[in-house]
Design a protein around this ligand. Structure first.
Ligand SMILES: Nc1nc2c(ncn2[C@@H]2O[C@H](COP(=O)(O)OP(=O)(O)OP(=O)(O)O)[C@@H](O)[C@H]2O)c(=O)[nH]1
Ligand SMILES: [Mg+2]
Length: 442
């Protein structure tokens, strides 16, 4: 990405709508804009808004609202212009083309946010949260993303960074001034105790992060069982929609049928699968293969049994196959057998509450998970786990009387990982990877 040159992009979808927003940012954006919009922007010192015509090649393109943000008080930290025009893709294109004709270029994905990050307007966690904010599908996921956007999540990393820096400083002083008696000795006991204390905080962060991840991204649940136990009926009952075909013919479902619900703020995606049995026709056996693959990939498996006949050989096989998975065994058709014990439901009567409760309970979410900021995306959780791994190595090395330099090297890597987590000293490979997941205009 070239730095500082003027970039332009449509920030709203390219559809007919009431209004559209175009963003332009970079050194010289006010110069370019003055060629299209007859207001003196170069002299402004504070954010200002105008109403007027955008003209190019002697023609009026549109009458717009234009907001000018002089640097550094803008989203990117550069001079920025936002143009709110009528929501016609044609008008938006003409304005963007005029800028490009004057020397601007079309922005790459996430380039506005990336510039904001490199200009110190936000750290990496805050920048990533913009994507989470836009992609959140539940109120709860949005709330967690907003906490990150407001910088509360980044603050979680500060105590870890500080404890690591303190420990590194202590080791350094001990190496440099071994003769000093009035400084704490960096012996095995001190190092192990301090590393364990940091690990305890890290483990809390990882636990909260995993809970946050569930609230943010939800979970995938496979509904499996032998044919005709009522898997598709169960899916329909939970979705309150006749999404999957239901018949009394075994082997009705051949492909995966998906549906999503919001379960107390958690996006839960159900995958209804083909009934698992042997010796069927080609299409059905491909369906069965897909069912088995879905079991492997799901976060949680619901094994559906028929309450009137829950112990067939096929049932046993499915129970065996799913034994190692996070699973819930659910008895359907309770209306035909009231005495069945365990998680029992009647899809046909729409009585699926016990199953939904069991699903929610199995997630093990604490109340605070909805209220507290958390480091919950894959990159953040990966970094936390790496720091923990490095700390465990430092503890091991320390206990094995390894040279102090080796212990310090582990701790230094842990410290750098924590810094990179918030974006300090982040490599451009990492930032390119992150910002490329954004949309253009963001
Ligand atoms: N009495 C009763 N019948 C049910 C219930 N749930 C489903 N059924 C009936 O069981 C039959 C099979 O239902 P499906 O939902 O198609 O079963 P499935 O497990 O998806 O079957 P396959 O797709 O063939 O694997 C249909 O006749 C349903 O009406 C229930 O709770 N009670
Ligand atoms: Mg079915």
């Amino acid at each position: 990405m070239e730095k500082n040159n003027v970039i332009v992009a449509l920030a709203t979808p390219p559809l007919i709508s009431a209004l559209a927003l175009i963003r332009v940012s970079g050194d010289g954006v006010f110069d370019l804009t003055e060629k299209l919009f007859a207001k003196p922007l170069k002299t402004i010192t504070k954010r200002a808004s105008y109403v007027g015509d955008i003209c190019f090649g002697g023609e009026v393109i549109d009458n717009v609202v234009l907001i000018a943000y002089p640097h550094p008080n803008s989203f990117t930290g550069e001079d920025v212009v936002e143009i709110c025009c009528h929501g016609s893709p044609l008008i938006a294109n003409e304005i963007i083309s005029a800028y490009i004709a004057l020397g601007a270029r079309y922005a790459e994905r996430g380039e506005f946010s990336s510039r904001g990050f490199f200009n110190g307007k936000m750290d990496l966690i805050e920048a990533e949260s913009i994507n989470d904010l836009i992609n959140a599908t539940t109120k709860e996921a949005k709330k967690i993303a907003m906490m990150s956007y407001k910088g509360q999540t980044s603050k979680l990393v500060e105590p870890i960074m500080k404890s690591l820096a303190d420990l590194l400083a202590l080791i350094e002083v001990n190496i440099d001034y071994p003769e000093y008696e009035d400084i704490e000795e960096a012996n095995e006991q001190t190092i192990v105790a301090r590393c364990e204390a940091i690990r305890a905080d890290l483990c809390d962060l990882i636990r909260h992060g995993e809970e946050g991840k569930i609230i943010r991204s939800g979970i995938n649940i496979a509904i499996v069982g032998r044919p005709n136990v009522g898997k598709s009926s169960l899916l329909n009952a939970m979705l309150h929609e006749n999404k999957a075909i239901v018949t009394d013919i075994p082997g009705t479902t051949r492909d995966i049928v998906e549906g999503e619900i919001n379960l107390k703020g958690v996006p839960v995606r159900f995958l209804d699968t083909a009934g698992i049995r042997e010796g069927t026709d080609l299409v059905e056996s491909i369906g069965v293969e897909r069912s088995l693959k879905t079991i492997e990939e799901a976060d949680l498996v619901i094994v559906v049994l028929d309450a009137t006949n829950p112990n067939t050989e096929e049932d046993e096989k499915i129970l065996e196959r799913t034994a190692g998975k996070h699973r819930i065994v659910c008895f359907n058709k309770r209306d035909l057998n009231e005495s069945v014990e365990g998680v029992a439901v009647s899809a046909i009567q729409g009585e699926v509450g016990p199953l939904l409760d069991a699903i929610y309970e199995s997630l093990g979410l604490s109340k605070e998970a909805y209220e507290l900021p958390s480091l919950s995306n894959a990159r953040e959780l990966g970094a936390l786990r790496n720091i923990d791994l490095l700390l465990r190595e430092a503890i091991e090395d320390s206990k094995n009387q390894a040279p102090i330099d080796l212990v310090a090297a582990d701790l230094m890597s842990a410290y750098n990982t924590a810094r990179e987590l918030v974006g300090i000293g982040a490599t451009t490979d990492l930032t390119d990877e992150i910002f490329s997941r954004f949309c253009v205009g963001k």
